[in-house]
Ligand binder design. Structure first.
Ligand SMILES: [Zn+2]
Length: 353
């Protein structure tokens, strides 16, 4: 690991910053124990500390997990993610739309606990998720050549006016304006030179909506202009400047990977894949097929690869942490060589595949 990053890692340990729990781990040479950054135990001297991005790396060096901060225990966020994924499948597979009470019963939780869980993991309520899934199914059926009426019933809506109501709520715009490339949306953007080439970041007030990497700044801006041709594009920053700074610093190895909020349009499936990718620890990788399996859809390997390839927010959704089973890196929208460099930056052994 580069020295440059150790300053910021040590800083997190010195402040017992629990925000970095799950981001990295540290071992203490004098005690042979390893901890999470937020551990309440007595603080070690800096010269006795070694850093790693996964518990396995420290265990392999002979360190034992601390009994107070339990760095080897499963992250509770992972368990929550598992529950959410199971509930999403139940919602998708139900013959009739499930009520919040139905979902709560499946989860053996209260309605408010289920709602909180969904909001934290997916940013929507169970009803919002069910609606967006139904809209997706509706679009698929339409694309398959069915008429509006057939599509309406096939996707579980009682009447076509309900389709418009739901589509409106979940897309934040009407089905007609959906095709109008961000009309009425305010999107700020900035382009910066980084250690890995040009970086374009675009954001609304709610989150990052595009992150692009490339060798030519003008091309990146051009691409953004095409994708958001009807949006109100501006250089006005809001939270954009802070988010961009974190990404630039991360690319030069100065800070750990920042988990930035993102605000993008996506199908329910894309959102599930992307949320899952954000939980792959820094320094680790997974195969496309493992991701499909972990999502409970073992036959969806190609759909997972497609969700990675259509990721509009490079780095924020770390699709570079997914690699094929065979040799090489498969595709990376922002350049294979950049994928290798990103994995190198994160200390992944797969950078040399
Ligand atoms: Zn500890």
């Amino acid at each position: 690991m580069q020295d440059l990053r150790e300053d910021s890692l040590w800083n997190a340990v010195a402040h017992r910053d629990a925000a970095y729990d799950g981001v990295f781990y540290f071992g203490v040479k004098t005690t042979g124990v390893y901890c999470r950054p937020g551990c309440p135990s007595r603080q070690p001297k800096r010269e006795n500390v070694v850093f790693a991005f996964s518990p396995a790396m420290l265990a392999a060096k002979g360190y034992r997990p601390c009994r107070r901060c339990r760095p080897d225990a499963r992250d509770p966020r992972d368990e929550a993610a598992g529950t959410v994924v199971a509930l999403c499948r139940a919602i998708e597979e139900a013959e009739h739309p499930l009520s919040l009470e139905d979902v709560a019963r499946v989860a053996s939780m209260s309605g408010s606990a289920v709602t909180r869980l969904f909001r934290e993991a997916l940013g929507v309520t169970p009803k919002g998720y069910a609606d967006s899934h139904r809209v997706e199914r509706f679009r698929e059926t339409l694309r398959g050549g069915a008429g509006v009426l057939d599509a309406t019933y096939a996707s579980g809506y009682g009447s076509s006016s309900r389709v418009y109501e739901s589509a409106n709520g979940c897309l934040g715009m009407t089905p007609k304006s959906y095709r109008e490339r961000g009309r009425g949306q305010r999107v700020a953007y900035t382009v910066t030179e980084t250690a890995m080439g040009w970086l374009l970041v675009a954001a609304t007030d709610r989150g990052v909506s595009a992150v692009k990497l490339g060798d030519d700044a003008a091309l990146l801006v051009d691409e953004l202009g095409r994708e958001f041709s009807a949006a109100d594009l501006s250089g006005d920053d809001g939270p954009l400047a802070a988010w961009t700074k974190l990404l630039v610093e991360y690319l030069s190895g100065h800070v750990p990977w920042p988990q930035l909020p993102y605000d993008v349009r996506a199908t329910a499936f894309q959102r599930r894949v992307w949320e899952f990718l954000r939980r792959i620890p820094v320094g680790e990788t997974m195969h496309y097929s493992d991701v499909a399996e972990a999502l409970g859809q073992p036959t969806a390997t190609r759909a997972v690869a497609r969700a990675c390839a259509t990721n509009p927010v490079a780095l924020v959704v770390p699709c570079h942490r997914v690699v094929p089973k065979g040799p090489g890196f498969a595709g990376f929208r922002w350049g294979i060589e950049r994928k290798r460099k990103l994995l190198q930056l994160e200390g992944s052994p797969e950078a040399n595949r």
